[in-house]
Design a protein around this ligand. Sequence first.
Ligand SMILES: *Cc1c(COP(=O)(O)O)cnc(C)c1O
Length: 360
Amino acid sequence: MSRVFNFSAGPSVLPEVVLKQAAEEMLDYKGSGMSVMEMSHRSKVYDNIIKEAEQDLRDLMDIPDNYKVLFLQGGASQQFAAVPMNLMKNGVADYIITGQWAKKAYEEAKKYGKANAIASSADKTFSYIPDCSDLPISEDADYVYICHNNTIYGTAYKELPNTKGKILVADMSSDILSQPVNVSDYGLIFFGVQKNVGPAGVVVVIIREDLIRDDLPAYVPTMLKYKTQADNDSLYNTPPCYGIYICGLVFKWVKEMGGLSAMKAHNEKKAQILYNFLDSSKMFRGTVEKKDRSLMNVPFVTGNEELDAKFVKEATAAGFVNLKGHRTVGGMRASIYNAMPIEGVEKLVAFMKDFEEKNS
Ligand SMILES: *Cc1c(COP(=O)(O)O)cnc(C)c1O
């Protein structure tokens, strides 16, 4: 068996110890005589799995008691519809467009009400986060929406927008658990788990209880009402049982790593190694404004498409995989999520130095 250094933007690298534990527990989960995949979601043993996962996430993020944690399906994209369906009371919401995921959420919200794009960084290929200190927030906005870390472009909010008292909703799919979060700054946080937490398909919603309503338009599917899911502790129907189990193992791993402050230090160290090299290199350079750089996704280019392709090819052969950049940015992108060890980034930088020497 040989494992590569996987820099994929998602689905992405998971902690090796978690994969090993899942393998060990595959045939017989804790003496139950069956795999987690094979057991009833109404059984005592599964109830412990989902309850523990929720409690561990609550501990890690210090989630206040007046917030519900929901384990749902449909990935992050399903929430692009669920959020406006559930939160639009006045039928108005303000969106800050910092990349494709924010844009998709905005386009989807338009189906259910009046969605306003109140700021955007599309003018420079989403290479920065707009100044959000004094935005034209709509008087009757039900919420202000952000994508907290822009997976494709490699930017992240270092400061939250001034929402002028409106509820903040954030897509944290690609930076959840990478650093501490003050949950009470948000009305709703959601994350698809396949970047930093677990297998694709599961999406976690953390929602302030007073935002859970029953007076929704008749068209809202039962499954997409937060009320349905909250009233049934995420067990209205069969949840993505196995995926939630893996998420639970990753939550325990993050706890063992020292929690979110330790995770932040670990991620800053990795990002610094890579960004420092990009800033000193004569061949490679980062593509976004320094002040807005993501800790998780690091896009970079050589400025020469042929050289980019050569780099990706040789890196792959050397065991550094999934470094090809998103088609809208070109070049390369190294996603260095929680589970990427420091060693992986150090070795990548050594490989980049060597490539630069040989090709200049
Ligand atoms: C990957 C990603 C998504 C899409 O997630 P799906 O689970 O595929 O729907 C949405 N938002 C962000 C920020 C992402 O990184």
